[in-house]
Design a protein around this ligand. Structure first.
Ligand code: DMJ
Length: 519
């Protein structure tokens, strides 16, 4: 069917190209007008009114200590620098190239300008009190964010950044436009679930609804961290629309996973959506696996701890991970390796560092009351990840680091030495700070802030660097949208009082977008 659809589209394109430029443009315009009319019709059908959950803790979180206040202001200034430059040079594009001073995008956002940075940044702007900037973003979204485009996007990325970002902006500000856009977009993702098993495709064309998987994924598989990171947003969509379709889609995925055999109790990263069988037996708490585990825990927290099925799946998974993937290096550093076909690779990714925060967040309510154990595990992972920063020239962490052949927490391969403004280590510092108030986490967070400001800041924004071990690093010239959504938000929260977005009332999605607990 997919091939037939593609061939039909090619034929149509060939026919179209026979026409003159003016004719084509006129046709496009007519089609656009039609879509706008249809959208208006749909928009005029109001969503059912639902009571807003109890929104506690949307206050300033202003710390009393002048030193902490100064640090927090510095982080706000960095946000302003990132935003203002995007506003000036990349407005409406997905991301910014801070050195070339123009827009940037990658294939995860498809080929259209969807303003990813605007949507991802909104809630950070809101909590920092940057209200003029928030309003500018809202206006752009209201007037320009259109999902009826012939563009093939990543279901996972659009869910965590766009739907998560829009929902958080809605809950924080109460502005209906964000809810409406989130629901429109979610409708465009639903065709991705039309597979023989109900496990969604990795990508979907927003216009045609045709889905497919990444060419690089094992045996045509979908990815665990992608189809397993939809739950939080989809539960909120059902809550806000009163339509169970979203809830049913994610619960179907969960039920299917529950029934499957797991090698050594571990979830492989690859699952074929046609056959329902695992692909390669690789397991990771970093890339390709990470947020699946995170969402099991957060499903339980977001349900006000009622979803005990999710908690059980989390506990089972974490026990298997501890047994097979977590080790101590010769130098005494706790690390999480990757399982590849019956063998443990003693390498940890920057992405995996989020797990320190996850262990701490899951400590309360853990099986056999092992809260102390999981808090300690979180602290050990935070320490290891801090070492991965501290052992570099720039004091910024590499993409991946090894614990092998005398090497400890250091990147070996040239193509693993980059830092692309990722948040995971700072995310873990923040969770550890909230649960322990040990000042070292603020100190480590401040070290990272200074390093980012010194080595990643350029006059046109912030850029990733290609080698954290080089004293004269080169830039990758990308200001990632998650830098504004996550890295700067977690830093700001680290230097705020705990009453700003308290964890009893808010659960952060994997892109750091806060969603309220549904009591
Ligand atoms: C973010 O988009 C999310 O945190 C995701 O879960 C994994 N990685 C990036 C940032 O590194």
């Amino acid at each position: 069917k997919i091939r037939a659809d593609h061939e039909k589209a090619l034929e149509e394109a060939k026919e179209k190209l026979k026409k003159s430029r003016d004719e084509i443009q006129a046709e496009i315009q007519t089609e656009k007008n039609k879509v706008v009319q249809e959208l208006k019709k749909k928009d005029s059908k109001p969503l059912p009114p639902v009571p807003l959950p109890n929104l506690i803790g949307i206050n300033s979180g202003e710390p009393a200590d002048p030193d902490i206040r100064e640090k927090r202001n510095k982080i706000k200034e960095m946000m302003k620098h990132a935003w203002d430059n995007y506003r000036q040079y990349g407005w409406g594009h997905n991301e910014l190239k801070p050195i070339a001073r123009k827009g940037h995008s990658t294939n995860i956002f498809g080929n259209s300008q969807m303003g990813a940075t605007i949507v991802d940044a909104l809630d950070t702007l809101y909590i920092m009190g940057l209200h003029d900037e928030f309003r500018e973003g809202q206006e752009w979204i209201d007037k320009n964010l259109d999902f009826s485009v012939n563009s093939e996007v990543s279901v996972f990325e659009v869910n965590i950044r766009f739907i998560g970002g829009l929902l958080a902006a809605y809950y924080l500000s109460g502005q209906e436009v964000f809810k409406i856009k989130a629901v429109q977009l979610a409708g465009k993702l639903l065709p991705a679930f039309n597979t023989p098993t109900g496990i969604p495709w990795a990508m979907v064309n927003l216009k045609s609804g045709v889905g497919r998987n990444w060419g690089w994924a094992s045996a045509g598989s979908s990815i665990l961290a992608e189809f397993g990171t939809l739950h939080m947003e989809f539960v909120h969509l059902s809550y806000l629309t009163g339509d169970p379709v979203y809830y049913n889609k994610v619960m179907h995925i969960r039920k299917l996973l529950q029934k499957m055999d797991r090698p050594n109790g571990l979830y492989p990263n690859y699952l074929n959506p046609r056959t329902g069988r695992w692909g390669q037996h690789h397991t990771s708490v970093g890339g390709l696996g990470d947020s699946f585990y995170e969402y099991l825990l957060k499903a339980w927290l977001m349900s006000d701890k009622m979803d005990t099925e999710a908690r059980k799946m989390y506990d089972d998974a974490i026990e298997a991970i501890e047994k097979h993937l977590i080790r101590k290096s010769n130098g005494g550093l706790t690390f999480i390796g990757e399982w590849k076909n019956g063998h443990l690779e003693r390498k940890m990714g920057h992405l995996t560092c989020f797990a320190g925060g996850m262990f701490a967040l899951g400590a309360d309510g853990s099986r056999d009351d092992k809260a102390g154990h999981y808090l300690q595990l979180g602290a050990e992972i935070a320490h290891t990840c801090h070492e991965s920063y501290d052992r570099t020239t720039l004091k910024l962490g590499p993409e991946a680091f090894k614990f092998d052949g005398g090497v400890e927490a250091v990147a070996v391969r040239q193509n693993e030495k980059y830092y692309i403004l990722r948040p995971e280590v700072i995310e873990t510092y923040w969770y550890m700070w909230r649960f322990t108030h040990d000042p070292k986490y603020r100190q480590w967070g401040w070290e990272a802030t200074q390093a980012i400001d010194k080595y990643c800041r350029v006059s046109g924004g912030f850029s990733g660097v290609k080698d954290v071990y080089s004293s004269s690093p080169t830039y990758d010239d990308v200001q990632q949208s998650f830098f504004l959504a996550e890295t700067l938000k977690y830093l700001y929260l680290l230097f705020s009082n705990d009453d700003l977005l308290p964890l009893d009332n808010w659960v952060f999605n994997t892109e750091a977008h806060p969603l309220p607990v549904l009591h």
